[in-house]
Structures are given as structure tokens and as C-alpha cells.
Ligand binder design. Structure first.
Ligand code: B12
Length: 262
């Protein structure tokens, strides 16, 4: 249906529906006549609105770096309450994917630099990343309603950086995927079997280091060889959650990469 009709169905002004399209809340296809949206997506959004998980008004953050700086200071100090308040305030108007990508990941990257420079201890780094894990996990709810598809998230063997996989889970759930989050460092056969058992459409393997990216690529090849039809996305350096969602949607729309991405 056209976006104008969708706005009527959803009981909102056209500009509101248009805003949701811009923010990725309501998937749409640009046509010569404007935007076209699927009946299923409109129904799913109507259901989310009815169940109280409706999209919030978005706020424009002027200075993401300053937000990341504040979070960095809080997690280095181990001040979980302050970190929780910072994230809670932003989460009122910022999608979780943006919070992960633009605030939490940069704060963590800075901790990595601090650690290399000998300015923070390993214990401080662990405390900071554990705080971030709890902040994200508390918001990474499984949405209600018909999912876009089923995904399994994990890291390849040997990769103990679990936060990117958690962020992938949060971001895909925000995009209406049903996600089985397996955390980190799993044998490939286990990931593959769970994906088959849950009839998953997609396996996402997150990696932080170059070695782990290579392990993810190998794992992807292994899974695809033994379970044809299962799509696997393996992250590589510089990947983003926005790209992940884009690739995952291509899988859900049936135009997914036949080859492992990586
Ligand atoms: C926290 C942390 C840890 C924690 C992890 C805890 C946890 N629960 O995750 C612990 C303490 C376990 C750890 C261990 C180690 N770490 Co460490 N760690 C970090 C740190 C500070 C943050 C990692 C993080 O979460 N980053 C934020 C992530 C989310 O950002 P990102 O990688 O860009 O991910 C994005 C994309 O991948 C995307 N995404 C996610 N999934 C997917 C999937 C697909 C398909 C796509 C498209 C996109 C996508 O989403 C993310 C957000 O944008 C980094 C510093 C840094 N620069 O990141 C060092 C860092 C990664 N660690 C490093 C090192 C060296 C190690 C150790 C080897 C240290 C040691 N000597 O023991 C071990 C390795 C352990 C192992 N075998 O894996 C180095 C790696 C250097 C390198 N390039 O190889 C870094 C860069 C620190 C540094 N500056 O040197 N670490």
C-alpha cells in the first residue's frame, strides 16, 4: 500500500509515518508515486503500537562524541548508575542501534586505547565492558509480533569479544528479527545445529580482531557447506550495525547473499 494509506491505517499524520520510514522503523520502497510499504510491515507496526512498544519520537543528538565521552568517563570510573542514567536518557529518543554504534562502541574503543597506553588496567577494562554488556542486554528485548525472520548470533571459535554479537542481537531485534543469542566462542557445529533446530534463516558471526574475522569466514564456509540454504553473515573490519541490518534485510527479502559475506 502507499504510505498515505498506511498513515490512515496506523492512525497517524502522514509526516509521522514518513518520519518512521526515514528512521527505518517502517520499511518502505521508493516508487515514482512516493513510498510503498508492505501490508505485513504495517500490520506488525500497528501491533507493536497496540502492545506499547511503539516507536518513540526521535531526538536529534548534536554531539555524539560528547555523549561517548561522558559514557567513557562513567564506565572507566566504574560508575554503573551514571552510565545507566546516561543511556536511559538517550534511549528515550534514540534507537538502540544508534546508541550501540555511536555512543557505546566509541566509548569502548577509547578504553582499548587507554589500555594500550597503560592508562587503565585489565580489571578496569573488564569492569567497563561488563557494564556495557548489562546496559545493552537490559534493552535488547525480543519484540512481539510476527518476526521479519529468525537469526542466530554468535562469535567464531576463539573470539571472546562478545559485545559485538550482543550489539548485533540488539540491532536485529530492534529490526523485528527473532534472535537466538549464543554469546561468544562457540564450536561451529553447535552454532550450525542450533540454527537448524530453530529453523533460522540467518547466522550472524561477529568478530573484532583480524584473526577472529578469518575464523568467522571459515566458520561461515563450513556452515554453508553442510547446511545449504542457511545464510551466514560474518563481520569484517569496519563493519557497522547499519550494514548488518541492510544485509540481513536482503536475506529476509529473499535477495540475500548466496555467498558468505566476509
Ligand atoms: C572489551 C574488550 C575486551 C574484553 C571483551 C569483553 C566482551 N564481553 O566483549 C576482553 C577483556 C575479553 C578482551 C580480550 C582481549 N582483547 Co580486547 N578489547 C576490548 C575493547 C576495549 C572493546 C571491544 C568492543 O566491544 N568494541 C566495540 C565493538 C562493538 O565495536 P566493533 O568491533 O567495531 O563492532 C561493530 C561491528 O562489528 C558491528 N557488528 C557486530 N556484529 C556484526 C556482524 C556483521 C555481519 C556485521 C556486518 C556487523 C557487525 O557492530 C559493532 C558496533 O558498531 C577493544 C577496543 C576496541 N577498539 O574495540 C579491545 C581490543 C579489541 N582487544 C584487543 C586485544 C589485543 C585483546 C586480547 C588479545 C588481550 C589479551 N592479551 O588477552 C584478548 C583477546 C581475547 C579473545 N580471544 O578474543 C585489541 C585487538 C587488537 C587487534 N586489532 O588485534 C583491542 C582493539 C584493544 C587494543 N586497542 O589493542 N577484550
Amino acid at each position: 500500500m502507499q504510505l498515505r494509506e498506511a498513515a490512515v491505517v496506523l492512525g497517524v499524520h502522514y509526516q509521522t509515518a514518513y518520519g518512521w520510514v526515514r528512521q527505518g522503523v517502517l520499511p518502505a520502497r521508493k516508487t515514482g508515486r512516493g513510498y510503498e510499504v508492505s501490508d505485513d510491515d504495517v500490520a506488525a507496526l500497528a501491533e507493536r503500537r497496540a502492545s506499547g512498544t511503539a516507536p518513540r519520537p526521535q531526538i536529534r543528538v548534536r554531539d555524539w562524541d560528547a555523549q561517548a565521552d561522558r559514557l567513557h568517563a562513567a564506565i572507566v570510573a566504574g560508575d554503573e548508575t551514571l552510565a545507566r542514567h546516561l543511556i536511559a536518557r538517550l534511549a528515550r529518543g534514540v534507537p538502540l542501534t544508534d546508541l550501540c554504534e555511536r555512543v557505546i562502541a566509541p566509548a569502548l574503543a577509547r578504553i582499548g586505547e587507554d589500555w594500550v597506553a597503560g592508562q587503565v588496567s585489565i580489571a578496569t577494562e573488564h569492569r567497563a565492558s561488563a557494564i556495557c554488556e548489562r546496559l545493552i542486554a537490559a534493552r535488547a528485548h525480543q519484540p512481539q509480533g510476527r518476526p521479519r525472520g529468525i537469526a542466530v548470533t554468535a562469535t567464531p571459535p576463539g573470539e571472546r569479544h562478545g559485545l559485538p554479537a550482543l550489539m548485533a542481537t540488539a540491532s536485529l531485534r530492534e529490526d523485528r528479527w527473532l534472535v537466538h543469542h549464543l554469546a561468544f566462542d562457540l564450536p561451529v557445529a553447535e552454532v550450525r545445529q542450533l540454527a537448524l533446530d530453530t529453523r533460522a534463516d540467518l547466522v550472524v558471526l561477529s568478530a573484532t580482531t583480524a584473526d577472529a574475522a578469518e575464523a568467522a569466514r571459515q566458520a561461515a564456509d563450513e556452515i554453508i557447506a553442510s547446511a545449504p540454504g542457511l545464510h551466514v553473515l560474518a563481520s569484517q573490519a569496519g563493519d557497522t550495525l547499519t550494514r548488518l541490518r541492510h544485509l540481513a534485510r536482503a536475506v529476509a527479502d529473499g535477495a540475500g547473499p548466496a555467498e558468505p559475506h566476509g
